[in-house]
Design a protein around this ligand. Structure first.
Ligand code: HEM
Length: 188
């Protein structure tokens, strides 16, 4: 007698049930188990891509004065900051640039000079690169790369001549990366 035959004979002997009844009950038990397990299981985790970030609004070409509105004092507006006349949305780093943050003074400004000179002085909170030495310009380029890779560029600053006339967006004396949004920072 094979193993299966022995099993079929031992089921009625041990359980008092016919083999058919026994297997029907076992099947029902397994089905009920899976039903309850499915009901109690947590909902599947929704996959969110690591780079997902709130949509940023492009503001186009604005004056330095208009940029000041985006300094975090109005919580409904994004936090913006410019380097070399290119404006970046830094809202994701509100802890740095928002009110009370260590770098709040940079928000709503072109901070090129301050970053190049590693200065927090009011007089350096400008996009004026006049008189910066090679080391400072190199430091500024490093900052620019950091911002291009971390934040989305949302606009440009209008340059203004000595008579106060707008010249349109400043010509880029900068590394030109047309779409900073594609350079997403996967490291931090
Ligand atoms: C005692 C000196 C300083 C210390 C210990 C310090 C420390 C830090 C730290 C820990 C971060 C966060 C880095 C990260 O997680 O990505 C940071 C970010 C930053 N620091 Fe400083 N810092 C100092 C001076 C300065 C100075 C002098 C400037 C410019 C004038 C500056 C500008 C910035 C900016 C702009 C960021 C934010 C960059 C971003 O948005 O990713 N820091 N700093």
């Amino acid at each position: 007698m094979g193993l299966i035959g022995a099993l079929m004979e031992s089921i009625p002997a041990y359980t008092g049930l016919s083999a058919t009844t026994f297997f029907t009950i076992m099947g029902l038990v397994v089905a009920v188990y899976y039903l309850i397990a499915a009901m109690l299981a947590p909902p599947p985790v929704k996959y969110v891509p690591r780079d997902a970030r709130p949509a940023t609004v492009q503001i186009g070409v604005v004056t330095a004065e208009e940029l000041r509105q985006y300094d975090g004092s109005d919580p409904t507006k994004p936090l913006l900051m410019a380097i070399k006349s290119h404006i970046y949305d830094v809202s994701q780093s509100r802890a740095f640039y928002g009110p009370g943050g260590p770098y709040a003074l940079f928000a709503g400004r072109d901070t090129s000079r301050a970053l190049a000179k590693m200065s927090f002085e009011e007089k350096d909170l400008t996009g004026d690169l006049e008189g910066l030495n090679a080391t400072e310009l190199e430091a500024l380029t490093d900052w620019e790369y950091r911002f291009m890779s971390k934040y989305v560029k949302v606009g440009d600053l209008k340059s203004v001549d000595t008579k106060g006339n707008c010249q349109g967006a400043k010509p880029a004396e900068t590394v030109d990366v047309p779409d900073a949004a594609k350079l997403v920072d996967h490291g931090s």
